[in-house]
Design a protein around this ligand. Structure first.
Ligand code: SF4
Length: 355
């Protein structure tokens, strides 16, 4: 295994930055080296917004959301004034809804403090939803300040150039230390973007394009002829399975939805009423005893949704009701409007399975 002291660091920085200048990605929230040279500065609000969206989401999936948010809420103060339901609805489809709640809480905190994002790491870390990675990314990309940004792409590059023999889970401190030693203190913003781009476009999980890599000569995994052997994989635990029965109540072209409790999974989002989500399957009798009201239910398709920590299988039932029916907090919503609601993907699937 190699470590930072085995590398010609100055030369590697130079080559990586030259590669980035020639072939790095242009992303809408990013200041490219030529823009920086021309005196342009990144908008910290836009950088922060993109970083929150990109957590667990790919660039192509997040980009339309990024544009939509900036169009609707061009400044952090505009977002701070938004309603939680509005933000949830605009976020629907990006998943991990706690991020949307933290996004709004962070916008409000920044707005209350005057509207400028802080540049100090400790101040960034004090904001809702900002952890060490996002703080480093905002410092480097928005303020061009020294920060070692280590995302999954960077982890892959570092584990490969060093041929780290342990899984990422157990070698994170080592990866961080090596990444920090390689980072260029003179061009922190460009360097952070360059190494992330190297991982995203050249040092890809499968079939890395080593021939196009500026670090090919130093890369231990390449020299060993087995770049894909790194990062070393840890044994994967099987994902737990949960079962539920969902109850869709329609009144013509409207569906009755209720709000989930504010805390926890999908907190504050709308949902189709359902039984508990549990490891054991539900008999029809047991499930229908928990339905919003008895009689008239028709069984429909099952949906399957994969969350980060478990897979949910939900058998959907449906029935019609009068518009005056309202058993508990909730309301009627036009099915044609579900894309505009704060309805998480799993519940959208559930509705579409029974319309
Ligand atoms: S040489 Fe290949 S494996 Fe090594 S960092 Fe470059 S692309 Fe990745």
């Amino acid at each position: 295994m190699k470590t930072d002291s085995d590398f010609p660091i100055a030369s590697m920085r130079k080559r990586l930055l030259a590669w980035y200048e020639a072939g790095g990605r242009s992303l809408p929230w990013r200041i490219r080296p030529e823009d920086r040279e021309a005196g342009q500065k990144a908008d910290p609000y836009a950088v922060w917004l993109s970083e929150i969206m990109l957590q667990q989401t790919t660039v192509p999936h997040a980009t339309p959301y990024y544009h939509a948010f900036l169009k609707r809420w061009p400044r952090v103060q505009d977002l701070a004034r938004a309603d939680e339901d509005e933000v949830f609805a605009a976020w629907a489809g990006l998943g991990y809804y706690a991020r949307a709640r933290n996004l709004l809480a962070c916008a409000r905190a920044v707005s209350e403090a005057g509207g400028d994002f802080p540049a100090l790491e400790k101040d960034l870390l004090a904001l809702p939803g900002i952890g060490p990675y996002t703080a480093a990314a905002v410092r480097a990309a928005a303020f061009n300040l020294p920060a070692s940004v280590v995302d999954g792409n960077v982890e892959r590059v570092i584990t490969r150039i060093c041929a780290i023999p342990d899984p990422v889970k157990t070698s994170k401190p080592l990866i961080k230390r090596i990444a920090a030693a390689l980072a260029d203190p003179d061009r922190p913003g460009d360097y952070a973007q360059a190494i992330m781009d190297l991982g995203a476009t050249v040092c890809t999980p499968r079939s890395p394009v080593c021939a196009a890599c500026p670090w090919q000569t130093e890369c231990a995994a390449h020299v060993q002829g087995r770049p894909e052997a790194f990062p070393v994989k840890s044994a994967k635990a099987a994902k737990p399975h949960r079962m539920a029965v969902g109850f869709a109540v329609f009144c013509g072209d409207r569906i009755w939805l209720r709000k989930r409790p504010p805390k926890g999974l999908l907190g504050g989002m709308l949902e189709v009423p359902s039984t508990d989500w549990r490891p054991e399957s539900w008999s029809d009798e047991a499930a229908l005893a928990l339905a919003p009201f008895s009689g008239g239910w028709q069984a429909r398709a099952s949906i399957r949704h994969v969350f980060t920590h478990f897979t949910l299988e939900m058998q959907m039932w449906r029935r019609e009701a009068d518009a005056g029916w309202a058993p508990e907090a909730g309301g009627w919503y036009a099915v044609s409007q579900i894309d505009q609601l704060a309805l998480p993907s799993v519940m959208k699937k559930a509705v579409l399975a029974v319309v």
